[in-house]
Write a new protein. Structure first.
Lengths: 453, 453
């Protein structure tokens, strides 16, 4: 009834109110909000109110894609078209003992796929790829973009941390979410992950979405929801995306802790290593090779991956990347030269039986307590400390037999970590019948061909 | 399983997360949040996220009372126990042409009730008591607390604006809500109103909760919800509170605009004035006298109110208050001396028929456009401008007969206001059967005795 108001410029308050009232925001509104916030034209207190409205009202697929796109465009989007081959990355939502990235980047590069991997640090109870890489003496994760390109061109893979140029909106939003109780939203998690990954200039992305006691998403349905959101968002933006829902109900492999995990990575690249870690690397590698256009099927990609490990080509690529990024090759060729904790202590089993379950988050937290992760943002990480598991779920154990070995440098931290660990193993009298699959589901691109384990 | 964490001090993030997840907050948590925010120890961006969580998750009655109490205690709570008689105030949720406060404060004071009234300014399309009082030349609404007490002691009523000492948390929270889309929550509205009113040191409160096209709560169910919340919150804090749900589907009375409304107030105090305004003043006055302990029943209170008007005692009290607060009595004794607009223009009816409905919010907005309210916070108010309605709902009207007269000082504003007004009247061919009651419902204290109209 009243005359239409004159076209006005963007007002953050209008966007907040719309989201509060459950009305879908337009792409333009989301772009304006993200861009104004990144440039400091909208204050934190308006954005935090909007973030809370998003947490409680959710977002449509269109809004999620628009948010991802706006965050992606807040900074530089790498153009890697000058490099040969398809560019494929892998991203994990975070777990305990998850060191697959260090295996997969050189493995896929050895097959001819380019892997421009920008990773993060440990968050909460989970380990971070950058912290693991830095356990290799001299390894530099802080390369400028030009150097990142140079290493990629030279060996096909490069692993660095987020640069100031990539998705600055995400850095600013993430810091605000962290202090305003607005981290836990699949829409915001999706936009945060996908904006950074798509800014890498990739053609395809393999997502490893963890579920179980050591994952952020303990419930499989939540992991599936996030996976579907990320796959659809990536596809809307013209990328090939597949998500594997994988098991994180116990640590992956046997080693938890930065240098210890590098040891296990080298074992896998030499054709050994624990079965679950090796299997997951082959599965994710199969997908990376398939999406990277060097394998016709995922199965073919897995077979190629096995061969690249058996031939030593994957390890050679890892060695080359370490060298190009300043790492000390002596520690790669002789893992005993990696940082080592001064002391070890074993945790004996209190009884005879079978490992029924593990509290993987508690094990991850125990590693953080030892100094392997950060309790506060400003903490430094001790690369040497960690936990070696001698038993996994379903294994038989006798009373007194070691469940785990704690590698530590400070007695008081070891005592606190041990307390956590003691409560992390549930031992049953009877053998465990159920076996959780390693790959729960595959979502997205030609998913049917990968739903096996 | 993990050892209990040491008792830590208050963390805003925990309170935000709890509210986000729909968990009831404790009184201590709410008190800590309000007190830390008032003292600048919690930043705006955390509180705005919390406010949005409150808007979308709601609050329990206990939380609402705790929030009201914390806001009330953020500043000075007046102790008026040295003054004789019960202290009773009236508060309206805001409407168009609602000038009852100017009638009721002196009316109740004339009956022996003490009325310590702290009011606000116009908000959105609604008028504000302070703006109306300031249409009286010289009238000072900015009295310090000591002077407020002195006027109260001298004449039994005093009408001022919010002081820095009263509920500073509300001022800070309100400013934040205004820019973060978190105004529209009954819980936050209740806490804001009740914290300020209870800080006045009153014994009882009569709430006039408006519903209809000119109210903030257009739907009666929303008005009733807010009314029940305020009544219960007041009662939990040991006060007698009653809420009348009253009609705001058309402006109250015929005058909209600050000086024009003072004219109508003087008419009512002289025993005249429009029927709806006069009736509502008597109804609210009846309640104030009853809760103030000078009338056994509301009906008795209404009769006393009629007599106090007829005898001129209510007008004398108004005159005395104006004098004590620095107002020019010549403008009260001869309302022609109140500020007057330079020009008038009439709005003729486009057709013959009956007034079916009015868009009261549009009429209020037309008055704001004329300069009678603020389009932006920093605008000054023109006391002289406004709108005089010649017809009310159900009235018969002939084509060309004036519907309203616009009092204006600026041609361009008048043109914009006229456009709004033209769209504010719906004229039907047939007589209007339905009649909306003036008092829809009475909620709270001995409500049954007042549910009549």
């Amino acid at each position: 009834m009243s005359p239409a108001p004159a076209l006005t410029s963007f007002r953050a308050i209008d966007v907040i109110r719309k989201k509060r009232d459950g009305i879908e925001l337009s792409r333009g509104e989301i772009e304006s909000l993200v861009s104004s916030y990144t440039h400091g034209d909208v204050p934190d207190y308006q954005v935090s109110a909007w973030l809370m409205a998003v947490v409680l009202r959710g977002m449509t697929r269109g809004e999620t894609a628009a948010l991802t796109d706006a965050m992606l465009r807040s900074g530089e989007v790498l153009d890697l078209s000058a490099l040969s081959g398809k560019k494929v990355d892998k991203h994990s939502t975070g777990g305990v003992g998850d060191k697959t990235s260090l295996v997969l980047a050189p493995l896929a590069a050895a097959a001819g796929v380019t892997v421009p991997m920008i990773s993060g640090r440990g968050l909460g109870h989970t380990g971070g790829t950058l912290d693991k890489l830095e356990a290799i003496p001299g390894f530099n994760v802080n390369l400028p973009v030009a150097e990142f390109r140079r290493v990629l061109a030279a060996c096909g893979c490069c692993m660095i941390g987020q640069t100031a140029e990539i998705a600055p909106a995400d850095r600013k939003l993430y810091a605000l979410r962290d202090v305003t109780g607005t981290v836990e939203s699949p829409y915001l998690i999706c936009a945060s992950i996908m904006s950074k990954k798509l800014a890498e200039g990739i053609d395809a992305l393999v997502l490893d979405v963890k579920t179980g006691s050591g994952a952020f998403m303990k419930k499989e349905e939540d992991a599936v929801f996030l996976a579907e959101l990320m796959v659809e968002t990536g596809e809307r933006m013209g990328k090939q995306v597949v998500a594997l829902i994988t098991d994180m109900d116990q640590p992956l492999g046997c080693m938890v802790g930065n240098a210890l995990e590098v040891v296990e990575v080298i074992e896998v690249l030499h054709g050994g290593g624990p079965d679950d870690l090796r299997q997951l690397c082959l599965e994710l590698g199969g997908w990376m090779l398939h999406l990277g256009g060097v394998a016709n099927t995922v199965e073919d990609g897995k077979k190629q991956s096995e061969k690249l490990i058996a031939s030593g080509k994957a390890f050679d690529k890892f060695r080359r990347m370490v060298e190009l990024q300043g790492g000390d090759l002596r520690a790669i060729d002789d893992p005993k030269k990696l940082p080592k904790a001064q002391h070890t202590m074993t945790l004996p089993s209190p009884k005879t039986g079978y490992i029924a379950s593990m509290q993987a988050e508690q094990i991850g937290t125990a590693c953080v307590i030892l100094g392997g992760g950060r309790e506060r943002k400003e903490d430094s990480v001790d690369p040497a400390v960690g936990i070696v598991l001698h038993k996994k779920i379903r294994d038989a154990v006798s009373a007194g037999e070691p469940l785990a070995t704690i590698h530590y440098n400070a007695e008081s931290r070891a005592a606190r970590a041990r307390q956590r660990l003691e409560q992390s193993f549930q031992i049953a009298a009877a053998p465990i019948r159920e076996k959780r699959p390693l790959i729960h589901r595959v979502i997205g691109h030609e998913a049917e061909s990968g739903a096996k384990n």
